[in-house]
Design a protein around this ligand. Sequence first.
Ligand code: NAP
Length: 490
Amino acid sequence: MAVRVIAVDDFDLVVFGGTGDLAHRKLLPALYFRDLDGQIPDAARILVTSRREFSSGEYRTWAEEALREHIKDLDDAALTRFLGRLTYVAIDVAADAGWAELGKILNERPDVVRAFYLAVSPDIFGTICAGIGKAGLVNANTRVVIEKPIGKDGQSAKALNETIGKVFQEHQIFRIDHYLGKETVQNLMALRFANALFEPLWNAAHIDHVQITVAESLGVGGRAGYYDTAGALRDMVQNHILQLLCLVAMEPPASMDADSVRDEKLKVLKALAPFTPELVEKHIVRGQYKAGASSGGAVPGYLEELGRDDSLTETFVAIKAEIANWRWSGVPFYLRTGKRLATRVSEIVVQFRPIPHSIFGSEAGVITDNRLVIRLQPDEGVKMEIMIKDPGPGGMRLRRVPLDMSFANAFKVRNPDAYERLIMDVIRGNQTLFMRRDEVDAAWQWIDPILESWSATKDQPKGYTAGTWGPSASIALIERDGRTWSEENA
Ligand code: NAP
C-alpha cells in the first residue's frame, strides 16, 4: 500500500542541540525519512548548531554515522540529497559568537517558514529564545519547538512559558509531546470520532475502568543524574500519561482544529479530582527499583546506579485518578509507569462493564468482559476483545478472542516515527498535536499537590525488585477495588 505524502511549504529548520542524543536518535532519522518520501521541498534547508567546533562537512559525516546506526536500509541517493541540506553553525548560546552567521544564512530566505527546534536542556531554552529575539530572527513565519520537561512544577513551568512568551507568541510555540505523534494515539481519535460504534458506550454506564500503562524494562543507566531531579511523576505522568488520559476522556471536539481539540483536553485536565495528602496516601503508590534481573541478567538497583543511598526519587508510580464530570463519574483511571519493570509496553486498556445477565450455563465457561486495548509500543495496534462460541460441535462453549488490528501487519507500510509527523506539523503550523500553555498549567495544577505531599512526608518510596511489575502496593491499589492490572504482555 502506498503512503500518501502531502508536501509542506518550503522551510529553514534550525536545530539547536544538533549533536545531542535526540538529534542523533530521532530528529535526523525522522527528517531523512520525510526527505526519502519526497515530502521535503527541494530548496528546504536544515541548519544545525551546538558548541562543538564542526565544519558543515564534519557535521555531515557525524550525521551520516547517526543515520547508518539507526536506519537499516539507507537509500544512497536519498542520503546524499539529505546530507546536502545540512549546514552547521557553531554557537555557544550563552555567548555572542555565531548568531550573526546564523542570521546571515536565514536572512537569505526571509519569506520561507522558519522553525527553531530546541533539542537542548530546558535550562537554556530561555537563553536561546532571547538570542533568537536579539538577533532579530523572528518573523511572521517563525515557529519554535520546545521539548519536555516544561518546568519541574507549576511555578517553574509558568516562568519558562513567560520567558519563551517574551519572544514568541502562543501560536508560534510548539510544545512537543511525542506520544501524541504516535500512529495509535491518533487512531484513538479516529476510533472514537470516526465510528458510530463506540461513542454511545463511551461513558460510566458502560465502561468499568481505564488503565494506562507506560512500562519500561530499562533502568536509568547513564541518565541517573538527570532522572534523580525528575522522577516518574514528572518524567511520564505530567505529560505523556495525562495527554493519553485526555484523548480517552475528552468530549468530541467540534473539529480537528487545534484549539477545538485542545479546549476539550483542557476540560478533562480541569475535571481531574484533586489530591489531598490523605488521598495521595490512599490512591498513589510510588516505588524505587532494587537490584534484580532484566532480560535474563542481573541488574543493579536505582541507588547503586545513582551512586547515593539517600534518594527519595520514584522510579515507579501508580495512581488511581478520577475525573469529576458527568461522563466519567465513578470510573477510575488507573495510571502506572515505571523503569525496570517486567517488560517494555505502553498501552491503554478500556475495560467495559460485565453483561447484565448470562443466558449460558456453567458448561459454557467464564464470560470475560469486553476490553479495548490500544497498544502504543512495542507493536502499535488496536485490539477489541470479544466473546465468541468456540468453533466445532462441542456444544456452546465460549471463548475470548481479539479482533486484532496490528498496524504493522494490517498495512504493509513502514510505521513512521512520531517525530516525522510532528516535525512536518510544525512546518505546516498545525498545533493540534502540541500542548497549549493552559494545558501545561492545568496538568501541573493536578501534579503539584502530589509532589508537595511527598515532599512533606519524606516517606521512602516502596522498593520493588527490578524485572517485576512494581511494588506489591501497586497490585493492592487496584485489587482492593476488585480489579487487576492488564499484564498479558508480560
Ligand atoms: P543531550 O544529548 O545532552 O544534548 C544537548 C545538546 O545541547 C548537545 O548538542 C549540546 O552540544 C547542546 N548544548 C549544550 N549546551 C549548549 C550551549 N551552551 N550552547 C549551544 N548548544 C549547547 O540532550 P538530549 O538527550 O538530546 O535532549 C535534548 C532535549 O530533548 C532535552 O530537553 C530533553 O529533555 C529532550 N528529550 C530528549 C529525549 C531523548 O530521547 N534524548 C526524549 C524526549 C525529550 P554541545 O555540548 O556540543 O554544545
